[in-house]
Ligand binder design. Structure first.
Ligand code: SF4
Ligand code: SF4
Length: 131
């Protein structure tokens, strides 16, 4: 069964993504956007267009919740909450399909690993262990 990503999103998150004006300030403010497969701005654009591909982008895992983007967003959108909600939906989908939830850390590119905050991976391990 295909999931409706927008419906799933608004079931667990009330972040007002439809007020996004697609200005790109979030992406320009993000210290790790260079490592993201799509920028926070694009991810929100895909999400409001109901593209479930957002779940497959490393953007949702690389967001370190630093809130830099939210501080500068004219619409006060908190991208870290968006990323958190999408991680949750991703994990729920994996569990529903009975797929392995192990974090395959050796599949993450070395240049991403060494430049990403280590607590991100600890947090990921804990989230995976929870399920
Ligand atoms: S800064 Fe805010 S309004 Fe601009 S693209 Fe990012 S989320 Fe949308
Ligand atoms: S909260 Fe996430 S997306 Fe926003 S600037 Fe920080 S790392 Fe980047």
């Amino acid at each position: 069964m295909e999931i409706n990503i927008l419906e799933e999103f608004f079931n667990i998150c009330d972040e007002k993504v439809f007020s996004c004006i697609n200005c790109g300030v979030c992406s320009a403010s993000c210290p790790i956007s260079n490592f993201m497969e799509i920028t926070p701005q694009k991810l929100i654009f895909f999400l409001i267009n109901n593209k479930k591909e957002v779940l497959e982008k490393n953007t949702i895992w690389l967001c370190a919740s630093c809130l830099n983007c939210q501080a500068r967003c004219r619409k006060s959108i908190d991208f870290s909450k968006v990323a958190d909600a999408l991680r949750h939906i991703y994990l729920k989908e994996r569990a529903r399909k009975k797929l392995s939830l192990e974090l395959e850390i050796d599949k993450i590119k070395r240049e991403i690993l060494i430049k990403s905050p280590q607590q991100l991976f600890i947090a990921l391990q804990r989230k995976f262990a929870y399920y």
